[in-house]
Design a protein around this ligand. Structure first.
Ligand code: HEM
Length: 304
C-alpha cells in the first residue's frame, strides 16, 4: 500500500488557509463524504495546478478510536487543558485544514467539503488565515524561519514513515491564539524581542545569555537525548482589525510527543515550570485540539 501524506502538510509558504473544526453527528455518512471531498480537491487541483491547493482531514480521538484501528494513530488522545487552564481544551471530532496560494480556491473547496458532509457534522469553528509581508505575524515578527525547509526533512519530521501500519499519517494540533496587540505595542522593541528570542527586523536568533529562559524559542526549541524535537508548523495570522485576531496555530508531526512537550514547556507544565513570555505579553490560547491525519489511502478506506 502507498503511504501518501495528505496535501496540506508538506507544502510550505502558502498564502491563505481555512481552518474548520466540527463534530460528527452521523458517523455512518463520513466515509462517503470524505471520498466526495477528496474528489473535489482533485478537481480543483487539476483546474488550478499552480495554486498549491492542499487539504488535510483529521479526526479527534473519539471518532478515530471508534474505527477500531489501535495500531494506527496510537498516540492520539483528546487535548486536555494545560497550565491551569491557560491553554483551554476544545476538542472536536473533525479537522478540515485547507491551504493554497489563493483564498478563492480555498473557499470553493471548503464549500464543497461542507456540502459533502451536509448534516453529518456540526461546524464548531471556522477561521480564515492570510499571509503577511515577509511572512510576519500580526506581532511583526517573522514566523516560520526554523520550520523544516527541505522536502525530505519536512516529510521525516511531519509524517509517520517506514513500515508502520499508519505510515503516511501525521498528528496535528490546532490552537487559536487571540492577540492583544494594544498591550503588545505597549512593550518596547527590546521587550518584544526578549519575548520572542529573536530580533524583529532581521530575525536573528538570540543565544547564550541574550536568550531569556522564558523567551518563546527557548520554550519550544527542545532536545531529548541530544535530538531536536521538531515539528512542522503551518500557522497563519487570522481575524478582523476591529475584532478578534491573532494566530491560527497548526502543526503536524510524526509524533504527538514532540508537539506535547513543546506545549508543556510553553504553558508552565514542564520540569522548570516556566511560562512562555508571549503568553504574558502578546497572546492567549482560546482553543486547543489534537487530531490524527491519516494517509490519503487510509482516508479512502476508513472502515476496512
Ligand atoms: C518559532 C511565533 C506558538 C513552536 C517561532 C518564531 C516566532 C513564533 C516569531 C520564531 C521564528 C521561527 O522559527 O518560526 C509564535 C506565536 C505563537 C506561537 C506568535 C502563538 C501565538 C507556538 C506553539 C508552538 C510553537 C503553540 C508549539 C506547540 C515553535 C517552534 C519554533 C517556533 C518549534 C522554532 C523554534 C526553533 O527551533 O528556533 N514561533 N509561535 N509556537 N515556534 Fe512559535
Amino acid at each position: 500500500m502507498n503511504h501518501t501524506p495528505q496535501t496540506a502538510i508538506i507544502p510550505d509558504h502558502c498564502t491563505a488557509g481555512i481552518f474548520i473544526e466540527a463534530d460528527i453527528v452521523r458517523p455512518q455518512a463520513v466515509q462517503t463524504a470524505v471520498r466526495t471531498a477528496l474528489n473535489a480537491l482533485k478537481r480543483l487541483q487539476n483546474q488550478f495546478p499552480d495554486n498549491r491547493l492542499g487539504m488535510s482531514i483529521g479526526f479527534g480521538a473519539d471518532f478515530w478510536h471508534s474505527l477500531n484501528r489501535p495500531a494506527e494513530g496510537a498516540e492520539l488522545k483528546n487535548f486536555t487543558p494545560l497550565g491551569n487552564g491557560l491553554a483551554p481544551a476544545t476538542q472536536h471530532d473533525l479537522l478540515i485544514h485547507i491551504q493554497s496560494l489563493n483564498h478563492d480556491n480555498n473557499y470553493t473547496l471548503a464549500q464543497a467539503v461542507l456540502d459533502a458532509f451536509g448534516d453529518a457534522l456540526v461546524v464548531r469553528s471556522e477561521e480564515h488565515g492570510f499571509r503577511r509581508h515577509q511572512e510576519r505575524g500580526l506581532d511583526g515578527f517573522i514566523d516560520g524561519t526554523e520550520n523544516p525547509q527541505e522536502t525530505d526533512d519536512i516529510r521525516t519530521v511531519g509524517v509517520i514513515g517506514g513500515d508502520a501500519p499508519d505510515a503516511g499519517g501525521s498528528y496535528a494540533v490546532v490552537q487559536k491564539y487571540r492577540h492583544d496587540l494594544h498591550q503588545w505595542n505597549g512593550f518596547d522593541l527590546a521587550q518584544q524581542e526578549e519575548a520572542v528570542g529573536r530580533s524583529k527586523a532581521d530575525d536573528i536568533e538570540f543565544e547564550g545569555e541574550q536568550l531569556h529562559p522564558e523567551a518563546h524559542i527557548a520554550r519550544v526549541n527542545l532536545k531529548e537525548n541530544g535530538v531536536g524535537l521538531k515539528i512542522v508548523r503551518r500557522s497563519l495570522p487570522f481575524g478582523k482589525v476591529s475584532g478578534e485576531h491573532g494566530l491560527m496555530f497548526i502543526a503536524y508531526c510524526a509524533r504527538l510527543h514532540n508537539i506535547e512537550q513543546q506545549l508543556l514547556s510553553m504553558f508552565g507544565d514542564s520540569a522548570d515550570q516556566r511560562t512562555d513570555l508571549l503568553l504574558h505579553r502578546l497572546t492567549r490560547a482560546v482553543s486547543g485540539a489534537y487530531y490524527f491525519v491519516p494517509s490519503v489511502e487510509r482516508l479512502h478506506n476508513l472502515q476496512n
